[in-house]
Design a protein around this ligand. Sequence first.
Ligand SMILES: NC(=O)c1ccc[n+]([C@@H]2O[C@H](COP(=O)([O-])OP(=O)(O)OC[C@H]3O[C@@H](n4cnc5c(N)ncnc54)[C@H](O)[C@@H]3O)[C@@H](O)[C@H]2O)c1
Length: 257
Amino acid sequence: MGRVAGKKAFITGGAQGLGACFARMLAQEGAQVAVTDVNVAGAEKTAAEINARHPGAACAFAHDVTKKADWESALEGAAKAMGGISVLVNNAGVGGWGNIESDSFENWRRTFDIDVDSIFTGTQLAIPYLKASQPASIINISSVAGLIAHGQMLAYNAAKAAVWMMSKSIALHCAAAGYDIRCNSVHPVFTRTPIIDPLIAMGGGGAEGEAKLVRQIPMKRLAEPEDVGYAVLYLASDESRFVTAAEFKIDGGITAQ
Ligand SMILES: NC(=O)c1ccc[n+]([C@@H]2O[C@H](COP(=O)([O-])OP(=O)(O)OC[C@H]3O[C@@H](n4cnc5c(N)ncnc54)[C@H](O)[C@@H]3O)[C@@H](O)[C@H]2O)c1
């Protein structure tokens, strides 16, 4: 039996990077997965690759997480395709660069729109589906940037810290309401996906740019998407049935310094 056999997972931002990796790993361990992204061609590609290995395991939906109507149609379509939704992975997100003097209010708002407000809207709309498929799990992808700050990451620091605390509040509400719906946050350090390309470029590009990031990490390497995927797999499975309101740091030790 797979570790998440019978689970029905809805994953945002699944066209590439971490979301695509989570979808592949969950399907590999027996889950059905709904892959959604504003990049619908990318989401369909991820789903097709999964279906080639696990026929019928994946479906894909066009979904801009900043749009309530997209949430409604993607959740409805996914629940119909999978026979319910028992795992919600709020993964879609954007980075951001700017300090309190240089950043624009437009960038601040856009970061919050995509990284934070989407989780409010989407989780609120998903709860009825999760209630119908208990035990259920909400997994919010925050970042080490939600726990430790950088002078040039004003909006991203604030957004990911909001995701961290929102996750605890959602978890406590669900527990108090008597729902078997857990909610936890995951905090990766720099992980090898396209989102860190601008950071590598700012550090001089290529091996030099990557080395500048790696120097900050006690374990002296970038995270691979699978390193984060194993946390998501655990949190999606019933192995984590008594774990809620917790934060999972996948960070090679960086936040301990
Ligand atoms: N890679 C890292 O170093 C790292 C570290 C910590 C946290 N994270 C977080 O992990 C999550 C995934 O990032 P990634 O590294 O895979 O980045 P990525 O850029 O490779 O993928 C992000 C995905 O989100 C999608 N997306 C962006 N805006 C969207 C929207 N409005 N609606 C729907 N989809 C949208 C993109 O199309 C893309 O497929 C993000 O929340 C990010 O903040 C990443």
